[in-house]
Design a protein. Structure first.
Length: 275
């Protein structure tokens, strides 16, 4: 019988051999520590708080992150920003993304508008990520000239995390126009921010959709490769034995974003059937 898996994937892998390999570091799909605001006392003009709406934003980001193959962990809202820094530094994350909204000083309350994406001035990677996010937000925000990537020498979540970190101030919640824009654009912001992360990581952005069950289909004794990028030349970061059940998160062309036993990556759709 013709071994089509060998033709298309250029390898036939015995599952019980690869299953023993520990995948770590750069061999994983990218990971993000998602840190929405814990500032419940920062109240919005027409109701709600910064903590509430930034956690709603993080909720809406999760399906986009998942479908695009980005692994994520959320902060603990009871641990404040110092706890978020500690928790972020205890893991091996590629990016630390803090989600906030801004408030003007008392003498300018309600008068300021704009989006600031703060980055660590000593980190070119942090600056690059902030610039990508700011550039992508410009078409979404009604005042694109007020969207900026800004260096910070004071924000702990940007300066004291091991991961590449940025802090996004996504408008002024004490300004009625900005507050209305924030509340009505949570879904758009979630997609936009995730697309920016995909741009930074160099992977395709895949619109959010429902997860589904699937099965690996290849020759008996062989396995389906899980890859870091949707290409047969990309690194293999795991495998799924023939007939094994997996979870499908999204689709990009002829590739599925899948998860099998904790490993997320791309699998050629020729060797996966939805069930």
């Amino acid at each position: 019988m013709t071994d089509y898996h060998n033709i298309y994937e250029n390898t036939v892998t015995v599952f019980f051999y690869l299953h023993k390999i520990i995948v770590k570091g750069d061999e994983y799909m990218p990971s993000v520590f998602l840190s929405p605001s814990t500032q419940e006392s920062n109240l919005y003009v027409s109701g709600g708080s910064e903590e509430y709406y930034m956690n709603l934003l993080a909720d809406r980001m999760e399906p986009y992150l998942r479908s695009s193959g980005i692994r994520y962990v959320r902060n603990d809202p009871d641990r404040q920003f110092t706890g978020a820094i500690t928790d972020s530094n205890s893991g091996n994350y590629d990016v630390h993304l803090a989600l906030h909204t801004n408030a003007a000083p008392d003498n300018l309350k309600g008068q300021l508008r704009g989006i600031d994406i703060y980055y660590a001035p000593a980190s070119q990677s942090s600056r690059n990520l902030a610039t990508i996010i700011a550039n992508n937000l410009e078409p979404l925000y009604p005042l694109p000239d007020k969207v900026r990537a800004v260096p910070t020498n004071t924000l702990g979540e940007v300066l004291n995390t091991r991961a590449v970190a940025v802090l996004a101030e996504l408008g002024y919640h004490d300004n009625p126009e900005d507050e209305k824009w924030i509340k009505s654009n949570l879904e758009n912001l979630a997609a936009n921010l995730t697309a920016s992360l995909c741009d930074y990581f160099g992977i395709p952005f895949i619109p959010a959709g429902p997860t589904s069950k699937g099965y690996a289909v290849t020759n008996p004794g062989s396995s389906v490769n899980i890859r870091k990028y949707p290409s047969i030349s990309s690194a293999v970061i795991g495998s799924v034995p023939n007939g094994a059940e997996l979870t499908i998160y999204g689709q990009y062309g002829n590739w599925y974003v899948i998860n099998y036993r904790g490993t997320t990556g791309y699998a050629n759709s020729m060797f996966v059937v939805k069930g």
